[in-house]
Write a protein that binds this ligand. Structure first.
Ligand code: BGC
Length: 379
């Protein structure tokens, strides 16, 4: 009798272990012989990085013996939801999702119901309690670098209220949680100069993203370059008509180039005296523009490293291991809130961005971020 009881206890314990790992979305990799399907949902292709992210994620997953499929949502959440539903129907064991807006939550809930683990990739999925992991760069730092670029480029430390510098502000998509981090990081550097009167804002001035009404006025729906270009043209012929702009806070390279295009079509700037324009992503076209003295700076986020780290995290989750991601640090202390979706605090893993100006374009080049032909043009 004692023996039967012991066997029963062991069986029950084993059963609850399987259940527990299933609840973490853990019935993939090891158990399924490594051929489990990972569904990769990327938000868009009009910003180049996502094409690279999609390709790197697929390669990294396949390198580790998984099957992987990539879908791009074309900045349309309904389309991305259909793609994610498709992954679930095909029996995907884990999803890597760079979402478009909060409309993704219904399919994230479906994934949780199917015990499929979700990693929010680069962008935190807000308002959901149905997933546990987030991996990204330190986005507040990205914004701080943009602010520092302007600080250096305009030599704000020596600027005076008698002869102030003029700036206009742009932000990314209002539906992308990262946009707030970028903006608040940049303004944490710029606000003290604005308060002192040595830097003046032309056009709407949200001091932080918490000023939602003004933030919406400077935001760029779905990171669409034509919208930023039109807004810049309007600023140049209205609010900024009677001043010469010294700087434009642009949240990424795609929008930076659209803003520069608008400036170049204006007689005041066409001669080459462009404002200091910021960016991020170290896109080749912007790196070249920096080398040629047009765009002032960018931020290098090595997305190949992000993809590799995300797949290492995925592998560990699928194997039911406690995640330990080389090259990424688990946000703790005051950074823990980076994983706060508003309904739950998920584990957030952070990689480090690098500020890039004309002086260190070699950093992304040497990291192998460009094709050989592109790299040759940047050397
Ligand atoms: C990413 C940026 C990118 C932007 C537009 C953000 O969420 O962090 O790297 O430029 O989306 O796609």
């Amino acid at each position: 009798m004692k023996k039967i009881c012991l066997v029963l206890i062991i069986l029950l314990a084993a059963g609850s272990f399987v259940f527990a790992s299933g609840a973490q979305g853990g019935s993939g990799g090891a158990a399924a012989g490594g051929s489990a399907l990972i569904g990769i949902a990327m938000p868009e292709t009009h910003v180049l990085r996502w094409q690279k992210d999609g390709a790197s994620l697929k390669t990294e997953a396949e390198k580790r013996g998984y099957r992987a499929e990539v879908a791009f949502g074309d900045a349309d959440q309904t389309q991305q939801n259909r793609q994610i539903q498709g992954f679930l129907t095909q029996g995907a064991k884990l999803l890597v999702v760079g979402n478009i807006n909060d409309g993704v939550n219904s399919v994230i809930a479906d994934a949780a119901r199917d015990k499929v683990a979700v990693i929010a990739y680069d962008r935190l999925i807000m308002g959901s309690a149905d997933y546990d992991y987030y991996i990204t760069f330190d986005n507040f730092k990205v914004g701080q670098f943009q602010g520092q670029g302007i600080e250096q480029g305009l030599n704000l430390a020596s600027a005076t209220a008698a002869s102030p510098k003029y700036i206009t502000l742009f932000a990314g998509s209002p539906t992308d949680n990262n946009s707030k981090f970028f903006f608040d990081g940049a303004m944490s550097v710029l606000n003290p100069y604005i308060d002192k009167g040595v830097l003046k804002v032309v056009g709407p001035y949200p001091k932080t993203s918490a000023d939602n009404a003004n933030f919406q006025r400077i935001a760029t729906e779905n990171w669409q370059a034509p919208l930023a270009k039109t807004r810049m043209e309007n600023l140049l012929s209205n609010d900024a008509r009677d001043v010469v702009l010294d700087a434009v806070l642009a949240p990424n390279d795609t929008l930076a180039r659209a803003i520069i295009e608008a400036c170049l079509a204006d007689a005041k700037y066409a001669g080459g005296k462009l404002p200091v324009v910021t960016g991020q992503d170290a896109e080749f076209d912007s790196a070249l523009s920096i080398k040629n003295g047009q765009q002032y700076m960018t931020v290098f986020k090595d997305t190949a490293k992000l993809a590799e780290a995300a797949v290492i995290l995925a592998d560990q989750i699928l194997k039911g291991q406690t995640p330990n991601v080389p090259g990424a640090s688990l946000a703790s202390g005051s950074l823990t809130s980076i994983g706060d979706t508003g309904r739950k605090v998920v584990k957030a893993y952070l990689l480090e961005p690098v500020i890039i100006t004309k002086n260190n374009i070699s950093v992304p080049v040497n990291a192998g971020f460009y094709t050989d032909a592109e790299a040759a043009q940047l050397r």
